[in-house]
Every structure is written in C-alpha cells, then in structure tokens.
Design a protein around this ligand. Structure first.
Ligand SMILES: NC(=O)c1ccc[n+]([C@@H]2O[C@H](COP(=O)([O-])OP(=O)(O)OC[C@H]3O[C@@H](n4cnc5c(N)ncnc54)[C@H](O)[C@@H]3O)[C@@H](O)[C@H]2O)c1
Ligand SMILES: O=P(O)(O)OC[C@H](O)CO
Length: 387
C-alpha cells in the first residue's frame, strides 16, 4: 500500500519485525484483535476515533475504557489518523459497530485505492437499512474483488481473549488463499484460527447467535431456568441453520465455531453485551432504556428487524427471533417468551434437528436448488461465495 508522509510520527518500533497490519476500531474487539495479531508477531497499528484513546493505547499500552486491567503488547501502537493507520498495511482488519461501517469506508477507500491487501471484517451485524452482511458492504464501498475480503468469527468474547484464555476462531473468504494468509497472521499460542470458504454461513452464524443470546438474556432477566434456556438454544440453532442455508450457507458451518460454538459462548456468558441487553429487557426495562444503559455495541438489537425481513423474503420461519422483536417493540411480555410460538390448536410437530431432515424442508429444497445453480454456473453462487 502507498506510503504517506504524516506528522507527528511515532518513533519507529525497532524491536517489531513482523508484517505491518492495520486494525480500524479500538473498541473491545478491535483492541483485543490487535493484541492477538501483535502477540502473533505482527506490527499492529490501531486506528481510534478519539485522539486521547489513541494516545492511551500508544503511550500507556492500555485501553482502560474497553479492556480494563489488560496490558497491551509492545508490538501494538495506535493513531487517530486513518491515513497513518493504513500506511504500509499488508492486511486491514475492521471492528467498528456494523451500522457505522459504510460511512467510515467512504474515508478508507481513497486511502487503500486499488491495492490488493486483504480486508478482514471482525464484525457481527447486518446493515439495518439494506440487510447486507458486512463483507457485502465492504465489497460495495471498497469496489473490491470478494476474493480479497475475509471475515473472522467464532466464540470470541473479547475480554477472555485479552486475558489470553485459549480460544479458536474461523477465518472465512471466498478465496482459500486469502483465508489462509489471514489465518497465518491472526493466530498465536492462545488464539487458533481455522479456515473455510463459506462466508455466508460464517457471517450469519455471528449475526444470528446474537439474536438467540438476546432471547437467553430475556429468559435470565425473567428468572426462568436452564430448561427454558437449553430449549431456546437448541431450537435457536435450528432457526439459525434454516435461515443461513436459505441465504446460501452450508449447514455444517452452523455446526462449527461460527455457529454452535459462538452460540454457546454468547448465550452462557455475562460478558456478552447481547445477553446483557436481553437480561435488562427481561427485567422490564424498555428498549430505549436498554440502549441508554449499554456503553458497548450490542449488534443483535439492530439486526433483529433486517434478519426478519430477509427471513420473510426467503420463506423461513424464525419464531424465537420474532419473539425477541416483540419484546423489543414492547408488544410481548418477556414472561411469555417460549422455545417456540404455540397456539391452542397446535398439532404435535416432529422435532427437526437438522436442516432438511423431516418436515417439509423448504429451506433444504432451496439449498439444493442453489447447489444445482452453482453447478450450472461453474461453481460460483449468485453472491460470489464459493463452496
Ligand atoms: N467484543 C467482543 O467480544 C466481540 C467479539 C467478536 C466480534 N465482535 C464484533 O466486533 C464489532 C465491534 O464490537 P466491539 O466489541 O469492538 O464494540 P465496542 O462497543 O467495544 O466498540 C465499538 C467501536 O466502534 C467505534 N465506533 C462506533 N461508532 C462509530 C462511528 N460512527 N464511526 C467510527 N467508529 C465508530 C467505537 O469508537 C469503538 O471503537 C461488532 O460488530 C461486534 O459484534 C465483538
Ligand atoms: O458481547 P457480544 O454479545 O457482542 O458477543 C461477543 C462475541 O461475538 C462473542 O463471540
């Protein structure tokens, strides 16, 4: 990437010899991921929106607002100048709230131009006004080949990773080469990355588990116990799989780290912001009050409506996510949340645990149709993801 002259410059870090990478966004996940990369040997330059935050990371090796008690490595520095962050970067990672991505990319685009460096989304939301996944927003705004884009996902609660608890994640790109190049840098002794080429499944896994985690939080807030939560997690995974497969994902991706793995972590942990937001709703706070109380990003709150719109268009039923929306809208008492919507005249229904096994399997039929279409079009799906 083109080098730019900027002042003031920080002193060269002579002891860091690894490849230069940029991480845009210095919240809890951006900073943690920067630490992961630096601990793996990379020379990391973070971009922070606020000058004082960049200063604290650069000079104090701390980010007290987002990662209290965590010492950041020497190989990680920060600036609040976007051009300086991107200067010389061989890979670019982005971790800002999903609804702010598009507007920020407008400033990024002229700085990275036509370079072919991989751009990696660390985000787990969909854009509210378009329903697009973050990799799709990247593709649109950076006008770049999807093979250059990767996404990272998995059971990745930032604070645990910042504390160096052993963790696994998936790096996904339509290009195996890009996924591997990113996975090689984004790993260290406590953070292990696997790769796949199912971008749709990997991204939607991260988006959808947030919605189920809000439901679990509601259950916790109301005071229901483990049976309710286990029922919602299990049925939630079926909903996630139905939805993702209907959008073009491979069902097995939802059984992996980016699906089931992340669902377990997010639903179990009080560290999860989505879980926390749900708990407040379950305790009787309104949506507006919850938003006021949250000082970090809970992506699930903004993703509910666009996900339900996509589900409706694809003919997929998502009863748990529907109930989350009703609680958010204030049209359902949190105490009425249940593993599925029931009515008095409901007939007993077969338990369908795998996408396409049992039931009418409309999502499965669409997946087969897509596989057939991909075969006819030489292995590439309509959205450009290779399976
Ligand atoms: N924290 C985690 O454990 C975790 C783990 C995996 C993925 N993620 C995902 O990473 C993304 C970022 O989450 P986070 O945890 O870092 O959130 P956070 O709330 O800790 O930080 C959000 C970051 O986005 C920036 N931001 C917000 N609005 C902005 C705007 N308009 N312009 C520029 N920057 C803006 C903030 O300054 C901050 O740096 C989310 O999509 C989240 O789902 C988070
Ligand atoms: O804190 P949450 O709810 O955004 O979840 C964080 C991560 O996505 C967990 O993998």
């Amino acid at each position: 990437m083109k080098r730019v002259d900027l002042t003031p410059k920080e002193a060269p870090r002579r002891d860091v010899t690894g490849p230069r990478v940029a991480v845009l966004g210095s919240g809890s996940w951006g900073t943690t991921f920067g630490k992961v990369l630096a601990d793996g040997g990379a020379d990391v330059m973070m971009w922070a929106r606020r000058a004082e935050q960049a200063h604290e990371i650069r000079e104090g090796k701390r980010n007290t607002q987002y990662l209290p008690g965590i010492n950041l490595p020497r190989g990680l520095s920060a600036t609040h100048h976007l051009a300086e962050a991107l200067d010389g970067a061989t890979q670019v990672y982005i971790a800002i709230s999903s609804q702010a991505l598009r507007q920020n990319l407008k400033a990024v685009r002229p700085l990275i131009g036509t370079s072919d460096v991989p751009v990696v989304s660390l985000m787990k939301g969909v854009e509210k006004k378009t329903g697009l996944r973050m990799s799709q927003v990247l593709e649109q705004e950076l006008h770049c080949d999807p093979d250059r884009i990767a996404v990272a996902s998995g059971p990745n609660l930032a604070l645990e990773i910042a504390r160096q608890h052993p963790t696994a994640a998936v790096i996904s790109s339509s290009s195996q080469e890009t996924a591997e190049a990113v996975a090689r840098l984004a790993r260290n002794r406590y953070f292990r990355t696997f790769v796949n080429t199912d971008v749709i499944g990997t991204e939607f896994g991260g988006v959808l588990k947030n919605l189920i985690a809000v439901a679990i939080g509601i259950v916790d807030g109301v005071g229901y116990g483990e049976n309710t939560k286990a029922s919602i997690i299990t049925r939630g995974l079926v909903e996630m799989t139905d939805f993702a497969v209907a959008q073009g994902a491979r069902p097995e991706t939802l059984q992996g780290l980016a699906g089931l793995g992340d669902l377990i972590a997010t639903c179990q942990s009080p560290l999860s912001r989505n879980n926390t937001a749900g708990r407040l709703l379950g305790q009787g706070y309104s949506f507006t009050e919850v938003v006021k109380q949250m000082d970090q990003t809970a992506e699930g709150l903004a993703s509910v409506a666009p996900v339900l719109q996509l589900a409706k268009a694809a003919g997929v039923q998502m009863p748990i996510v529907e109930q989350v929306k009703m609680v958010l809208d204030g049209t359902m008492n949190p105490r009425d949340i249940a593993p599925h919507l029931t009515t008095d005249d409901d007939e007993p229904t077969e338990e369908r645990t795998q996408n396409g096994s049992g039931g009418s399997g409309s999502a499965f039929r669409r997946a087969l149709q897509r596989a057939f279409d991909q075969f006819r079009h030489g292995g590439r799906g309509a959205a450009g993801d290779r399976s």
